[in-house]
Design a protein. Structure first.
Length: 130
């Protein structure tokens, strides 16, 4: 049985509120979640959006990515990349050479977040300092 749930949803590219009707199953084990919540989970954290930003131009080796990010520690970047790989956002290519050579690139799923980041950038430019 479906129950109509009225939700005040925010449009992703604007600040206009719009009432939407969403059909939800009556019983969801862990409660109802906003569809945008999964996207926010994928972008959560200080470094994930910046990693995606820098990898948009193409593959980078670990040290080059760390230099571009600036203040990130080796441990934090390593952990972030492993999590993003597990989420299907980043591809890790190990060449099996000595010294180790590893490239990181975005998967199709990671590249699909580009318009989301662009919308966030546009919003920040419009509303910065308010």
């Amino acid at each position: 049985m479906l129950v109509e749930t009225y939700v005040c949803a925010y449009m992703s590219a604007s600040t206009i509120q719009q009432d939407t009707v969403m059909n939800q199953p009556e019983t969801i084990a862990d409660g109802w979640h906003c569809p945008a919540e999964r996207t926010l989970d994928l972008l959560a954290g200080k470094w994930r959006p910046m990693v995606i930003f820098w990898l948009m131009d193409g593959p980078l080796r670990f040290n080059e990515l760390q230099r571009r990010l600036g203040a990130i520690t080796h441990r934090t970047l390593s952990k972030t990349l492993k999590e993003m790989e597990a989420d299907g956002l980043v591809h890790r290519k190990d060449y099996g050479e000595m010294p180790p050579r590893v490239d990181y690139s975005l998967t199709a799923r990671g590249r699909s977040l580009k318009p989301v980041l662009q919308a966030m950038e546009k919003w920040a430019q419009t509303h910065a300092g308010r």
